[in-house]
Design a protein around this ligand. Structure first.
Ligand code: SAH
Ligand code: SF4
Ligand code: F3S
Length: 435
């Protein structure tokens, strides 16, 4: 049924940082089309930028559609990884107007026009030509900005949907990335986080890797901090590890998911690294940058995981002492090999393992924060805190820092860390860095 062309829009992102990046770019695209941003509750067009990684993430989109339909009749576009995975089925399951995959969202204006004219509006193509060239330039961003440099995944871990929803590994061109980084800095970014499902698999046409890109960004005036995420253990090259020793603006933080401490389970996951090869990579990284903060991802209850396998995961955590880490209960995903494996683990076993793992991670997180008390470091101020005069920012080690200051968003402030909690630290200002 035809609908009036939308005048206002809202984008809601549900997934990883790359999904958030895509959401920002879709918002910029709709604004460039002349639509004004609005709250999701009263926008004419609501873009639900979805995630398919675990069952619960996927279900969120359907409850959101129900909620939106109960209160009004906006045009609804389902974007992101659920759109890619479920495609046309979404029209059958819910009353939505547009379905657009993560490699096709540059076509959103055309799809919205089609939907307004009452024509079917679905695009889940994965074109070879990059969508990035078809997007408007970056204009207004916060002090910490994301920049997607690599998309897709060829690793095919047996539990994971990403190779299906995002397609094969593709690296964006060096020059396009450097241009976007400069545009982000001109638009106010002080920190850039390079993003990719396997960001450290980035390579240019001459086979140069992510370290080459990091060194190029290091020459951009006005950029204070460089980060990258998410990395695969097998793509931690010597060059990238060296960059951690040599590039001052590359922050001392590494998110390197391991998933399990048991080599037997890692093999069943098709991770292509072992417990030992992973720990050897961390040794090298720590030798290059002794103060580096480590982060990881874990899955508990992968099919066939025994108590002994799980104990190995706990022992790995004890050994590494992560500064922070994410842990998830295994969620069987349609179409992935692990969903068909025998020995699926009972939910109560998963619950118990997750609790024990999270207790160990929380213990180390608090210990890391406590060990940073007394440290002097620069904080990038990102937003206002809850208390009067309070601002929130990030330390080089990606800790959330709260402090009382008259500094503004985007300022760099030298602080001494003086208190620590499980999820954040408190700082006192020493002196303001010259702008
Ligand atoms: N490319 C990254 C991250 C992929 S998704 C990597 O290789 O690690 C982010 C995290 O979600 C993964 O690291 C994994 O811990 C978790 N995850 C992925 N699939 C999952 C599933 N089926 N069930 C539970 N957690 C999952
Ligand atoms: Fe998924 Fe594995 Fe690829 Fe990470 S490396 S995105 S977990 S398939
Ligand atoms: Fe989710 Fe897709 Fe990211 S499945 S984690 S939004 S790549």
């Amino acid at each position: 049924m035809p609908k009036p062309a939308p005048k206002t829009f809202a984008v809601k992102s549900f997934g990883c940082q790359m999904n958030v990046y895509d959401g920002e770019r879709m918002a910029e695209l709709m604004a460039a089309e002349g639509l004004s941003p609005a709250d999701a509750a009263d926008a004419d067009l609501v873009v639900l930028n979805t995630c398919h990684i675990r069952e619960r993430a996927t279900e969120k989109v359907y409850s959101d559609i129900g909620r939106l339909r109960k209160h009004g009749d906006p045009m609804i576009a389902v974007a992101g990884c659920v759109a890619q995975a479920e495609g046309e089925e979404i029209f059958a399951r819910a009353h939505v107007d547009v379905v657009v995959g993560p490699q096709a969202y540059h076509n959103l204006p055309r799809l919205v026009a089609d939907a307004a004219a009452g024509r079917p509006a679905l695009d889940t193509d994965m074109p070879v030509a990059s969508k990035f060239g078809a997007l408007p330039a970056r204009r207004k961003v916060g002090p910490s900005a994301f920049l997607t440099v690599q998309e897709g995944c060829d690793k095919f871990c047996t539990y994971c949907v990403v190779p299906y929803t995002r397609g094969a590994e593709v690296s964006r061109a060096f020059a396009a990335i450097v241009d976007e980084a400069k545009a982000l800095v001109d638009a106010g970014a002080k920190e850039i986080t390079l993003l990719g499902q396997n960001v450290n698999a980035w390579a240019d046409a001459d086979g140069r890797g992510l370290d080459h890109l990091i060194r190029a960004l290091d020459r951009i005036e006005g950029l204070a901090r460089i980060r990258y995420t998410t990395s695969h253990p097998n793509d931690m090259t010597e060059g990238l590890i060296d960059a951690h020793a040599q590039v001052e603006r590359l922050m001392p933080f590494l998110h390197l998911p391991v998933q399990s401490g048991s080599s037997r389970i890692l093999k069943a996951m098709n991770r292509s690294h072992t417990r030992d090869s992973y720990l050897r990579v961390l040794d090298k990284v720590r030798a290059a940058r002794p103060d580096i903060a480590l982060s990881g991802d874990f899955i508990v209850g992968f099919p066939g995981e025994t108590d002994a396998d799980f104990e190995e995961t706990l022992r790995l955590v004890d050994e590494v002492r992560y500064a922070q880490a994410f842990s998830f209960k295994y969620s069987p995903r349609p179409g992935t090999p692990a969903a068909e494996m025998a020995d699926q683990i009972a939910p109560e076993v998963m619950d118990e393992r997750l609790q024990r793992l999270q207790a160990a991670i929380n213990r180390d997180q608090l210990a890391f924060n406590e060990a940073s008390v007394g440290r002097h470091c620069p904080i990038l101020i990102e937003r206002k805190g809850k208390l009067p005069g309070q601002m929130l920012g990030k330390s080089p080690w990606l800790q959330s820092v709260h402090l009382i200051t008259d500094a503004r968003v985007g300022d760099m402030v030298e602080v001494t860390i003086e208190s620590a909690g499980p999820n954040s630290v408190g700082g006192v200002e020493r002196l303001r860095a010259a702008a």
